[in-house]
Design a protein around this ligand. Structure first.
Ligand code: NAG
Length: 340
């Protein structure tokens, strides 16, 4: 009798294990793949402050040679801890990706490690996913068609370090209110800006978490807008940061930036940009600008407020020019001084 009940309880236990085990494996897996699970991310206190992680968005196979040269430039910088190539084109064959990975790993000897990460979803939101492999506080988000001279990258990183709460970049745009039409628009102003583009954007690691996991139905709906519009993830990041800080971003002047996506590069004419920020103002024409305006309008409608803030002027890397100002007896960067 006793033996039989013992057996029964063993059988019952076995039954429970067999039922529960697959479930627990499943839930463990789905937890493990939840990018917003803080337990999977490094402790923010342990992140390095003296280097940055570069996330390059790659999509076009025809631009792979250019991607090579851009990755090589970053890999050679002592300020770069590692480079992640986020590959967003789902139709690229796994052979090509493996080859790309092999090719890029040769650059590893230059310093920073380089890895290729095929994106699980084609959503533009995934370029801002928090990632366990990012071990630095600073993250540089950039496109695969933007070449920047190494000195300017270093300078932009120094500027970010002096104010890590802000977005820092070379390419800036503006939101504005079109008064006659009573509507928000996307535009370029000669003397002020409120949006840093993801062509080149330095931000703190935690912003990836805020963007992707930020609480409340509003932010989730705004992320859905990005997904539906297949555009505007950079504008939304500017909303996230401005909403958290109440401040505008910081534009930095680069010595030499080459934007291969600029229409002036087409037809054999290569547009070399000296002085960043002026480039690709006309890119994509009116339709592109209109869609970006639609995003701003939609984000504002969902959030019920306009967090974007203007900044004025840009930070220049030369003492004696408008780059440095005297404030309270100390020489400091002339951050956000109005131009006039
Ligand atoms: C890898 O490098 C080889 C040799 O330079 C080149 O022919 C090939 O196109 C490269 N492939 C990729 C995907 O980078």
């Amino acid at each position: 009798m006793e033996v039989r009940s013992h057996l029964r309880s063993i059988l019952f236990t076995l039954l429970c294990i067999s039922l529960v085990a697959p479930l627990s494996v499943f839930s463990h897996r789905s937890l493990g793949s939840n990018p917003c699970d803080r337990k999977t991310l490094p402790d923010p206190q342990s992140l390095r402050f003296d280097q940055l992680t570069v996330l390059i968005n790659g999509y076009s196979e025809s631009r792979i040679p250019l991607l090579h040269s851009i990755a090589a430039t970053y890999a050679a910088s002592s300020l770069v801890s590692s480079i992640l190539v986020l590959w967003g084109n789902p139709s690229t064959s796994s052979q090509t990706l493996a080859e790309l990975s092999r090719n890029l790993s040769i650059l590893y000897s230059a310093g920073a490690s380089i890895t290729v990460h095929p994106q699980k979803s084609s959503s533009l939101n995934s370029r801002f996913l928090p990632r366990p492999s990012i071990k630095t506080r600073a993250v540089l988000i950039c496109d695969d068609d933007i070449e920047v001279d190494p000195k300017s990258v270093d300078f932009a990183f120094r500027v970010w370090q002096s104010n890590p709460d802000r977005l820092v970049g070379f390419f800036a745009r503006s939101h504005d209110l079109d008064l006659p039409r009573k509507t928000w628009i996307y535009t370029v102003h000669p003397d002020k800006y409120s949006i840093i583009l993801t062509k080149f954007m330095i931000l703190k690691n935690e912003r990836l978490y805020s963007y992707s996991c930020g609480g409340g139905g509003s932010w989730e709906r705004m992320r859905n807008v990005v997904e539906e519009m297949r555009n505007c993830e950079d504008i939304l990041m500017n909303f996230v940061v401005a909403d958290a800080t109440g401040e505008g971003p910081t534009m930095v002047a680069a010595e030499r930036v080459r934007d291969w996506g600029d229409p002036r590069n087409e037809g054999g004419e290569r547009g070399e940009e000296t002085k960043a920020g002026l480039s690709s103002v006309n890119r994509g024409g009116g339709e592109h600008r209109k869609r970006r305006g639609d995003c701003i309008r939609e984000f504002h409608r969902i959030l019920g407020r306009m967090p974007l803030r203007y900044s004025y002027g840009k930070v220049v890397n030369s003492v004696g020019e408008q780059g440095m100002c005297e404030k309270g007896g100390k020489l400091v960067l002339c951050d956000h001084q109005p131009l006039n």
